[in-house]
Design a protein around this ligand. Structure first.
Ligand code: FAD
Ligand code: FES
Length: 275
């Protein structure tokens, strides 16, 4: 995969300002909406440039810092979908509109969408792994004519865990097929029961397809195994990896994965780079 030096292009929070590598800016939250019992969508107004799949280090002074993926694609704002799981994210999820969050980034090697023009796109997400993939889907919605077919497969635990359901119809209207599963018993009229792998059985293997996979480690392992057994090549699969970050700029070695830095070489990797 082409190695990108994103660190200068992307440190732009306004048309005039370039950020130093680890500079923090404090931005007020423009909008918050609750997505599930413990997950919230935050919007920040800013003219930042970013690729889907990149992430921010989000901080609260005196509390700490967490890596959060950008889950939108707009020139006027960006959105972060944050799940409350611990010290920092619990506090972030208790903030209100107008409160400020410290942000540095965007960091990392995301999905370079121009590389994928004319390809058939297969988007497979599990649980909160759907969030970074939403950035791809918003890009595809905007530049639909530049890509081939688009097939979306999502898996969630229960009805109350479905993320971005209000976007589903919009994506389908843009000629993208969408199917999703719920692993718990449910009455949702559009969901199938089971894991996301259960709806991949009829996925046709072609050389023009690229697969974008994001979710919990067990879901990535099982889905990648199934795709390879079906006949896809490792070079057709992109995975987004999560490793605990500290510096996020390739200095501390905290996020090392198979000899690569998750923060700067990733978090998006082509499957054959790692496995
Ligand atoms: C590249 C990247 C992108 C990411 N994107 C997103 C995203 O878009 N959205 C998102 O929500 N997250 C995302 N994450 C994950 C997010 O960074 C972590 O969930 C977050 O940093 C956790 O920080 P915390 O301080 O809230 O939790 P911590 O306090 O550090 O807790 C982390 C884990 O430890 C467990 N834990 C905490 N306290 C205890 C305790 N007392 N006893 C036992 N277990 C405990 C928690 O349940 C949790 O599983 C991403 C991570 C990476 C690396
Ligand atoms: S987080 Fe420090 S090297 Fe990646």
């Amino acid at each position: 995969m082409k190695k990108k030096c994103s660190q200068t292009k992307n440190f732009i929070f306004s048309k005039n300002k370039k950020m130093a590598e680890d500079e923090i800016v404090f931005l007020p939250i423009d909008k918050i909406s609750q997505q599930t019992e413990d997950q919230f969508l935050f919007r920040f107004k800013t003219t930042i440039s970013h690729d889907p799949g990149q992430f921010f280090q989000c901080s609260l002074l005196g509390i700490g810092e967490s890596a959060i993926s950008i889950c939108s694609h707009s020139e006027n704002f960006f959105e972060l979908s944050i799940r409350s799981v611990g010290n920092v994210t619990n506090k972030l999820c208790n903030l209100k509109k107008g409160d400020q969050i410290g942000l540095r980034g965007p960091y990392g090697h995301g999905y370079e969408m121009e590389q994928f023009h004319n390809k058939d796109m297969v988007i497979i997400g599990g649980g909160s792994g759907v969030a970074p993939l939403r950035g791809i889907l918003e890009h595809l919605s905007k530049y639909r004519e530049k890509f081939g077919t688009v097939e979306i497969f999502f898996g969630f635990r229960g009805e109350k865990d479905i993320l971005f359901e209000s976007d589903f119809e919009k994506w389908q209207k843009k000629d993208m097929s969408l199917a999703f599963t719920l692993s718990e018993e449910h009455k949702h009229p559009k969901a199938k029961k089971g894991f996301v792998t259960n709806i991949l059985e009829n996925l046709k293997v072609t050389k023009n397809k690229l697969i974008f996979l994001c979710g919990p480690p067990i879901m990535i392992t099982n889905t990648a195994k199934m795709l390879l057994e079906k006949g896809f090549m490792k070079s057709q699969i992109y995975v987004s990896e999560e490793r605990q970050m500290k510096c996020a700029v390739g200095r501390c070695g905290h996020c090392m994965i198979k000899g690569k830095y998750c923060c700067t070489d990733g978090p998006v990797f082509r499957y054959d780079e790692l496995y």
